[in-house]
Design a protein around this ligand. Structure first.
Ligand code: HEM
Length: 193
């Protein structure tokens, strides 16, 4: 994002500062203009860096939001994951989820960690929601799949989230080190009634 021209912002801000007739002389003094410029520049820099930081921070979901996504995917699925041999393995505590294995699933004879300790983004559940993984079918088994055109889920609070957003949020969460509390728990609940 290109940084907006600072001079323009300062000039526009100065135009809006009305010091009144009696202070016109003061306003025209070079020292006054210098300090007003400095003040506006500092305020602007603070605001701009806050905007950039909050943009980056707001991209990370938390564990509760992940659980809401997986529940919504399960609700929409043709089959119920509760009937699979792995069950609803995300219905657990954050700590158990982070350190646990996908129940009853193996890949090349090895257990499948829920979060890949070597590379979180490579975690099996992230991959298998996008396509077949380790000779197992894409999840949820028989679909609908997050990669289908027009796929979306409706969360418990009534908000609608598209498949690509869910996948990006999950990947962003893993890339951020799978924090328990994200910085964005999604939009506030829709007004009821
Ligand atoms: C690493 C993660 C996962 C792996 C390795 C995996 C693997 C499998 C496999 C091999 C099956 C077929 C055998 C069985 O029933 O156990 C299955 C079934 C199923 N899985 Fe997954 N799965 C994963 C995550 C998920 C997630 C996140 C969901 C949904 C949110 C899901 C939904 C289902 C459903 C609906 C079935 C079919 C249940 C039935 O047959 O009635 N799975 N899974």
């Amino acid at each position: 994002m290109p940084e907006p021209a600072l001079n323009e912002v300062i000039e526009q801000s100065l135009e809006r500062i009305d010091l009144g007739e009696r202070s016109e002389k003061l306003a025209r003094m070079p020292a006054t203009k210098f300090w007003v410029d400095k003040f506006v520049e500092l305020a602007y820099r603070l605001w701009y860096s806050f905007e950039r930081h909050s943009f980056v921070i707001a991209m990370t979901i938390g564990f509760t939001r992940l659980q809401e996504y997986l529940d919504a995917i399960a609700r929409k699925a043709n089959l119920d994951p509760a009937n699979s041999r792995h069950g609803v393995f995300w219905h657990t505590t954050y700590r158990a989820f982070i350190a646990g294995n996908v129940p009853n699933k193996h890949c090349n004879g090895d257990v499948v960690p829920i979060i890949d300790p070597a590379n979180a983004v490579n975690s099996a559940f992230n991959q298998i929601l996008r396509g077949s993984w380790c000779a197992m079918p894409q999840m949820p088994k028989t679909g609908p799949f997050l990669t289908d055109d027009g796929y979306f889920v409706v969360l418990a609070d009534g908000s609608r989230v598209e498949g690509p957003t869910i996948l990006a949020d999950i990947e962003g969460w893993l890339a951020a080190g799978a924090p328990e509390n994200g910085d964005c728990q999604g939009p506030p609940p829709a007004p009821q009634g």
